[in-house]
Design a protein around this ligand. Structure first.
Ligand code: CUA
Length: 368
């Protein structure tokens, strides 16, 4: 086996399940190929020219045989269908408490960010034995995140988050490939997944020179781009508050198809929703609010958007906030404290307001 390895090593909890299914499919294929091949040879020999055998008309109908050759393949095919579907659902359902890592694919590299703040290029360090959830998007074209040793592959698509999860079972180095043709250097878009013991992973996380967590970096961007001007407590522009919003149902207005008419719909404020609210703000407007949010499509990179999402996520767990500060919570902070905390300065106001009014005008004229 070692001399001529047919399969990569099995290094995730998924790997053995996938291999077993693959072996079963192969076995079924070989079995039927054999049956057909043997029958062809047998009949070719038996009914060859000049061989004296009974060639009188054979019966045209034989119900038991017909039932058999319909029934057996049906059972086999349905069995494989149920088996693979069950595996698919296991594969799609991320276990609770999975560690989250963000992946951004771009021509021609992988950028990975750990919530603690460490960025990696073309390398992914993960601890052994812990479920890891990858939330992935692309800066440009479609890529595909493929780790053969984990038996996992998932397309990485611009303008969309895709997820994948795994639990690594063996410390070691494993190939990481881009498995979707993405341009000239597609074949060079490779890297490795480094599976470490829990202790080594902790050590590795600390060894980096990054000191800001993803959420803290997101908070900085949130301030820099003036998001807090509208979304911060005490702002005079009416925009939804973001604390506690992550993972919760939120009402939004969606067009009904008739001009100027919208209906309310409730969706979950997940990564996808927050991402789209930043780059396509007019698509899903929070119910009860005006469509005045400008798009940040060309002003933020995907990797910055995931940091902002992580910041908003940190606001959900109020006390465990981004930097040393508490998540801003209007109930126990007075307005000046909130302004100090969010870096909100009244003189920014004119700026934001004029930008907003321009945007409103733009929105309205475009919808006419
Ligand atoms: Cu990225 Cu191929």
């Amino acid at each position: 086996m070692k001399l001529f390895p047919l399969f990569p090593v099995q290094a995730s909890t998924t790997a053995s399940h996938v291999d077993l299914l693959f072996a079963a499919l192969t076995a079924v294929t070989i079995l039927f190929s054999l049956i057909i091949f043997v029958a062809i040879v047998f009949f070719a020999v038996r009914f060859r020219r000049g061989h004296k055998v009974d060639r009188s008309n054979a019966p045209l109908e034989h119900l038991p045989i017909e039932i058999m050759w319909t029934g057996i393949p049906l059972v086999i095919a349905l069995g494989l269908f149920i088996w693979s579907t069950a595996l698919y659902f296991i594969d799609k359902r991320v276990p609770d408490g999975a560690m989250e890592i963000y992946v951004v694919g771009k021509q021609w590299m992988w950028k990975l960010q750990h919530p603690e703040g460490r960025w990696e290029m073309n390398e992914l360090h993960v601890p052994v034995g812990r479920p890891v959830k990858l939330t992935m998007t692309s800066e440009d074209v479609i890529h595909s995140f493929f780790v053969p040793a984990f038996r996992l592959k998932q397309d990485v698509i611009p303008g969309k988050f895709t997820t994948m999860w795994f639990t690594a079972t063996k410390p070691g180095h494993y190939h990481l490939f881009c498995a979707e043709y993405c341009g000239t250097n597609h074949s060079g878009m490779i890297g490795q997944v480094v599976v470490l013991s829990a202790a080594d992973y902790e050590k590795w996380l600390r060894s980096g020179n990054t000191t800001t967590s993803m959420a803290a970096a997101g908070e900085k961007l949130f301030m820099q781009h003036g998001c807090n001007g509208c979304h911060g407590a005490g702002s005079s522009v009416r925009a939804p508050f973001l604390e506690g919003i992550y993972g919760k149902p939120v009402p939004i207005q969606v067009p009904t198809g008739k001009p100027g008419e919208t209906k309310t719909q409730v969706i979950i404020a997940d990564d996808r929703y927050i991402h789209d609210a930043i780059v396509l703000p007019e698509q899903e407007i929070a119910a009860g609010f005006k469509p005045i949010m400008p798009t940040f499509k060309d002003r933020l990179k995907e990797e910055e958007i995931v940091q902002i999402i992580d910041y908003i996520k940190s606001l959900s767990t109020t006390s465990g906030s981004a930097s040393s500060n508490q998540g801003y919570n209007s109930s126990n902070m007075d307005e000046s404290a909130i302004r100090a905390r969010t870096g909100f300065k009244p003189q920014n106001m004119g700026d934001i307001a004029s930008r907003k009014s321009q945007n409103v005008a733009g929105t309205m004229s475009s919808s006419q």
